[in-house]
Design a protein around this ligand. Structure first.
Ligand SMILES: Nc1ncnc2c1ncn2[C@@H]1O[C@H](COP(=O)(O)OP(=O)(O)OP(=O)(O)O)[C@@H](O)[C@H]1O
Ligand SMILES: [Mg+2]
Length: 299
């Protein structure tokens, strides 16, 4: 395997403020435990310089089985944050926590706190639909709806109440341009999305996700089914999209993490072993387990 120290890497991270110890009252959400109360925060937006995502002492259990163990981290806005780690270490689970998609899984129990834009996403006042608008997701396997290209992109805005055709036309074009797909599909918007190539379908799913103007875009192995050319396009896209969105990407491809991300987290058996500046993590990892993994000695 190629020496990771020679990989092309992203720009260095600016120093981040420490993660505040924030918890919610135990009655915040039924079926959900919280850590001992400490300070609380009344912030309702993300002031400049503050992390957009703050995770504190997060544990997640599928039934009795722990899948995330005491994860504490902060994700800065307008950067690409990557998660790497062996299969089954909890990367998808962690990603799905950020828009409460694990709520849909039977028997899930969560402790700890996740704040997005300063707001506790498990607070009783949290509108989960609004949260999922704010935190969009693109999956490993592109999953366009069996509808036209146009209707795929217009789907989210329509659910949120957009009806005027001129407005939807604008949103569809803007989103397809953002996903670097417009030029390829502008003359066939009414064709079925299922007739697009795999790489085009994945960019369509990105267009669909950005159509509702999320703050955060979660991408779970978005390139694993794509060829190197389509992968390179998605990687370029991440670089462009981070000007408008915060991107959190899971990848098995360490070269990809090193190329596209500003910060990287290495996970192992549900634990966030190490998290920090991508350049530093790949060249001078602090933890022996990270070093073993990125140099291929793991296991
Ligand atoms: N719905 C579920 N019910 C029970 N256990 C689950 C469920 N989803 C995931 N798990 C378990 O939680 C652990 C973490 O799974 P997760 O999918 O988050 O891993 P991952 O790091 O994304 O793996 P991969 O790289 O293979 O996608 C695994 O042991 C998995 O078996
Ligand atoms: Mg996964």
């Amino acid at each position: 395997m190629r020496d990771v120290a020679t990989l092309r890497i992203g720009p260095a991270l600016k120093p981040r403020p420490p993660v505040p110890r924030i918890t919610t009252p135990p009655e915040a959400s039924p079926g959900r435990e919280t850590a001992a109360a400490s300070e609380s925060s009344t912030a309702s937006s993300t002031p400049a310089g503050r992390p957009i995502v703050e995770i504190d002492a997060l544990n997640l259990f599928y039934g009795d089985k722990p899948a995330l163990k005491n994860v504490t981290m902060a994700i800065p806005p307008h950067q690409v944050t990557a998660f790497i780690g062996p299969s089954g270490c909890g990367k998808t689970t962690l990603l799905r926590c950020l828009n409460r998609m694990n709520d849909l899984v039977e028997g899930v129990r969560i402790t700890g706190t996740i704040r997005i834009g300063g707001e506790d996403i498990h607070a009783p006042t949290t509108d989960v639909t609004a949260l999922r608008k704010r935190v969009g997701m693109v999956f490993q396997k592109s999953n366009p709806f069996p509808k036209s290209i146009y209707d795929n992109v217009a789907y989210g805005p329509r659910i949120l109440g957009a009806r005027a055709r001129a407005h939807l036309d604008t949103v569809v074009e803007r989103s397809l341009r953002a996903a670097a797909l417009w030029e390829e599909v502008r003359d066939r918007l009414q064709e079925s999305a299922l007739r697009l190539s795999g790489g085009q379908q994945q960019r369509l799913c990105i267009a669909r996700a950005v159509a509702v103007e999320p703050d955060i875009l979660l991408m779970d192995e978005p390139c694993s089914a794509l060829d190197p050319i389509a992968t390179a396009r998605i990687e370029e896209l991440m670089e462009e999209l981070k000007a408008r969105y915060t991107i959190v990407v899971v990848t098995h491809n360490m070269q990809q993490a090193a190329r596209v991300s500003d910060a990287t987290g290495f996970m192992l058996l549900g634990e966030l072993v190490e998290f920090g500046d991508t350049a530093a993590l790949f060249t001078t990892p602090r933890d022996r387990r990270t070093e073993d993994y990125i140099t291929g000695r793991f296991g």
